[in-house]
Write a protein that binds this ligand. Structure first.
Ligand SMILES: C[S@@+](CC[C@H](N)C(=O)[O-])C[C@H]1O[C@@H](n2cnc3c(N)ncnc32)[C@H](O)[C@@H]1O
Length: 312
């Protein structure tokens, strides 16, 4: 289920419906920008190269990406009072960090849902048991988890619910989670932990009761994540294109799902290598089911579909 996107293109004043706007319904500024970009492939390349430099996100020239770029940038043009694409390029060239950040944020895709790719959460208890055995052997009771493309929070909260449901006496274990993303606005939503009933359709009734409180009763009720579920998580901006990764202590479990697909293969493999450097030997990595081509590390052993264990 796509989340309600914060960067609704071309529909100012209306409720955002999602970030993908079909070419046929692009209108206004987006349509004009689309035409400009279509005529000026070189200009499009300047924008897509900059995006790749800043975030690793690869948007090769094709009609779908031209439309996407146009629709997502149009609201920024409006917001910044920019009247032409050339002026916007000049603005980007000033390297103002806020301008660059807005540009990247506008072009990220935040689609996510609770219990997405549910097979991973079916496997999770087994993985956790192996990790707990290793930790006991090391005399440690701390489990460090990294959700590396946390988007608006559905994935980190799913991981935490599954953890708390699996660990028999969670109190005796210290769970620490880093929930990061390049997109600040998405992380703000994540840290607020507010979701509509429609977004919670994959969360069963017992879990909903245990981990959420009703915040607003309406035809599509609003629920808030309970404090004890949010507490182990630290939400922080982090760009996976950063070299090297700065983490002092290794992670036992890493979820980096459905973000590698936005990178070129080489970049995706480099990201996976840096993630492996940040993991404990014996730690587990979960990636998206369509992203297994990005894993070529001899330090990783595949344990299940899109699940890997660091072996050295
Ligand atoms: C499609 S969502 C996937 C969300 C979640 N992992 C899932 O599987 O449901 C991709 C997320 O990756 C983030 N992202 C894109 N490029 C990134 C980068 N270079 N560093 C960190 N996060 C990035 C986007 O902001 C977006 O929230």
């Amino acid at each position: 289920m796509p989340i309600a996107a914060k960067k609704s293109p071309l529909r100012a004043g209306r409720k955002p419906t999602g970030k993908y706007i079909q070419p046929g319904i692009a209108a206004g500024a987006g349509l004009i920008l689309h035409e400009v970009l279509q005529e000026d492939e070189k200009g499009y390349r300047v924008l897509s190269d900059l995006l790749r430099q800043l975030s690793g996100i690869h948007m090769p020239v094709n009609d779908k990406n031209l439309t996407l770029m146009a629709c997502r940038l149009a609201p920024l043009f409006k917001q910044r009072g920019v009247d032409s694409y050339q002026t916007y390029l000049n603005l980007l060239r000033t390297k103002d960090s806020q301008v660059l950040h807005e540009f990247v944020e506008a072009l990220t895709t935040n689609t996510t849902e609770f219990f997405r790719e549910a097979q991973h959460f079916d496997l999770f208890p087994q993985v956790l048991k192996v990790i707990m055995d290793r930790k006991r052997a090391e005399n440690s009771q701390e489990i460090r988890v990294w959700c590396a493309a946390a988007s608006t929070g559905q994935e980190p909260y799913t991981i935490l619910m599954t953890l708390l449901e699996t660990i028999p006496s969670a109190v005796s274990w210290k769970i620490k989670m880093l929930a990061s993303d390049i997109d600040r606005a998405a992380l703000i939503t994540a840290s607020q932990g507010l979701y509509r009933a429609t977004q919670l359709k994959n969360v069963n009734e017992p879990l909903l009761k245990k981990y959420f409180t009703l915040a607003e009763n309406s035809p599509n009720p609003l629920y808030k994540v309970k404090k004890f579920l949010r507490e182990p998580a630290v939400f922080a901006e982090f760009n996976l294109a950063t070299v090297p990764y700065p983490f002092r202590y290794p992670f036992d479990i890493v979820f980096c799902r459905n973000v590698l697909i936005y990178f070129e293969t080489e970049m995706g493999r480099e990201v996976v290598n840096r993630i492996v450097n940040s993991m404990a030997v014996g730690g587990y990595l979960f990636i998206g089911h369509s992203e297994t081509g990005m894993v070529r590390s001899p330090r990783l052993k595949m344990e299940a579909n899109a699940v890997y264990r660091r072996v050295k």
